[in-house]
Ligand binder design. Structure first.
Ligand code: ZN
Length: 155
């Protein structure tokens, strides 16, 4: 495994839609292992392949329960609403108030090409939407709004 360089700020890789993964091979497994190591090293809860310069639909998420890998993720269902402070490893030192759905159900392949379904709320849902946006070349900054009056935005 190896740490990969996290693309930052104006790197074009962050703004280009990613292609689906077609080959579930050793190269994909290495990419996923490297992404998990890079995410953990940077203390992140999620990382998308374009953030390490690979324009493929792969994300890893770890909200503290161990890493989950998602290849070609597809959001099946979302509901509710949550507002909270959000940041991104590609924009270090920045954060902003973002409203996301509070619940998500998503399906995705693992490195072996087996299809799994996941569901979760709050931080997990936020991470899934944030990382899946990256696969479409979108960064969270476009969603930042002012927090509602009186809302505590301390981390
Ligand atoms: Zn991000």
């Amino acid at each position: 495994m190896a740490l990969r360089n996290i693309r930052k700020e104006n790197d074009p890789c962050l703004y280009i839609p990613c292609r689906e993964v077609k080959k579930f091979d050793a190269r994909l497994a290495t990419l996923i292992d490297d992404m998990i190591e890079t995410m953990h090293d940077a203390d992140g809860v999620g990382l998308a392949a374009p953030q390490v310069g690979i324009l493929r639909r792969v994300v890893v998420i770890d909200i503290g329960d161990g890493p989950i890998e998602m290849v070609n993720p597809k959001i099946l269902e979302s509901s509710g609403e949550q507002g909270g402070m959000e940041g991104c490893l590609s924009f270090p030192g920045k954060s902003g108030y973002v409203v996301r759905p509070n619940y998500v159900r998503v399906e995705a392949y693992d490195r072996n090409g087996d299809l799994y379904e996941y569901e979760g709320e709050e931080l997990f849902a936020r991470a899934v939407f944030h990382e899946c946006d990256h696969l479409d070349g979108k960064v969270y900054l476009r969603l930042v709004t002012d927090p509602p009056e009186g809302e505590d935005t301390e981390e």
